[in-house]
Design a protein around this ligand. Structure first.
Ligand code: S3P
Length: 185
């Protein structure tokens, strides 16, 4: 695998966005091509609990899962230069956004409801979409969440029609520009 560049950010990068907005794909790309450590919140929670996300929802309920997200974000403050792929609902809890901002930049990935639908339609990993996999439902839930996503985000990246390489270049560029702005102050 060719390494293109290596950046050392003194903070973590939290990727937020609706289910299927590309958080995992982009964190994997940054891991492979920019040599960044990555943490996939859902996968780490599944590993620790020894259960898939839908089982955690079934057995313990959604509030239990949300508490695990908060606990994990608190732990992540000990780290830096890690790209964290959040769950789609992570920024819905204000406490989570506070934890992310303590040692991180929050990047919102946006995709259209149609794009999201195409990406999630064949998967059964997302309990909140089971039985509602259609563009209208996705669009409605996205609208309900939009305000909190936008309030949490330091940057937003529109991903429709873009390759991972372009999205990551935009993302890194925005972070570097922000660092320059801060140094100039
Ligand atoms: C959720 C999104 C999922 C997962 C859980 C709840 C949500 O993560 O955390 O099913 O509330 O939007 P992805 O966004 O990675 O699918």
């Amino acid at each position: 695998m060719q390494q293109q560049a290596k950046y050392e950010f003194s903070y973590n990068i939290f990727l937020i966005g609706f289910m299927g907005s590309g958080k995992s794909t982009i964190s994997e790309y940054l891991h492979q091509h920019y040599a960044m450590e990555k943490i996939e919140m859902d996968s780490l929670i599944e590993k620790r609990e020894g259960m898939r996300i839908f089982e955690i929802f079934q057995v313990h309920g959604e509030p239990y899962f949300r508490d695990l997200e908060t606990k994990l974000l608190t732990e992540l403050q000990q780290k830096n230069n890690v790209v964290v792929s959040c769950g789609g609902g992570t920024p819905m809890r204000e406490e989570n956004v506070i934890q992310m901002k303590k040692n991180g930049k929050v990047v919102l990935l946006l995709a259209s409801p149609q794009t999201i639908y195409e990406r999630v339609k064949d998967s059964h990993d997302r309990p909140l979409l089971e039985g509602h996999k259609d563009v209208a439902y996705i669009s409605e839930l996205m609208k309900q969440r939009q305000e909190k996503y936008e309030a949490a985000a330091d940057f937003t990246i529109h991903t429709d029609g873009k390759e991972s390489a372009q999205i990551c270049e935009e993302l890194v560029q925005k972070l570097l520009e922000e660092e320059e702005r801060q140094c100039a102050q």
